[in-house]
Design a protein around this ligand. Structure first.
Ligand code: SME
Length: 180
């Protein structure tokens, strides 16, 4: 107890992160996707807001999305020089590097816009990290009109992602960009 009081008075920023470590995700008791996102968004905001470390934030966002929606694969690729490099994710192991304009991720990067792919097998140049993935959404994380990275979500179901996912995943992207 004394230790906590000392940390609180002398290192308030560390106290904050200790308190946040104990947080749990509270999922809305609904299967409605919009309601799930609406309950998730403020929780992600409180997770991301006090944390300055990018990897910590990307890791928690991937975990929270996996826990909420249980997609096949969800995670980040981050721009490093002229490639996208695999970042924090949840799901099976994945390709580590993607060039600009390659696959869905490289195309979303080049076009600076969200791509929703109802059937990945019909997407020219799709990179099949996993044969189980059938549909995908890739959201670029933009700051000052520069792509910092992409958020990639894969489903084993066809036609799984829609405009609702796009709206909320882009909001999540904005939260991340604000701290990046
Ligand atoms: N399918 C992606 C590659 C990344 S994995 O899905 C994790 C693409 O075509 O860019």
């Amino acid at each position: 107890m004394l230790l906590f009081l000392c940390i609180y008075f002398f290192f308030p920023e560390h106290f904050n992160s200790i308190v946040h470590m104990a947080e749990e995700l509270h999922l809305a008791s609904t299967t409605n996707k919009k309601e799930l996102y609406e309950s998730l968004l403020p929780q992600l905001q409180s997770l991301i807001e006090p944390e300055t470390n990018l990897i910590a934030n990307l890791a928690n966002v991937s975990a929270a999305l996996k826990q909420t929606f249980n997609w096949w694969w969800v995670g980040f690729y981050w721009v490093e020089e002229n490639e996208l490099v695999l970042g924090p994710f949840q799901g099976p192991i994945a390709c580590t590097r993607i060039a600009m304009n390659r696959g869905v991720c490289g195309s979303a990067w080049a076009e600076k816009r969200t791509l929703i792919v109802p059937n990945v097998h019909e997407f020219p140049g799709h990179i099949a990290c996993s044969a189980a993935s059938n549909s995908e959404i890739v959201v670029p994380i933009l700051k000052n009109n520069v792509v910092l990275g992409v958020l990639d979500c894969d489903s084993e179901h066809f036609n799984h992602f829609d405009a609702v996912d796009q709206i909320f995943l882009e909001k999540i992207g904005e939260l991340i960009a604000a701290k990046a």
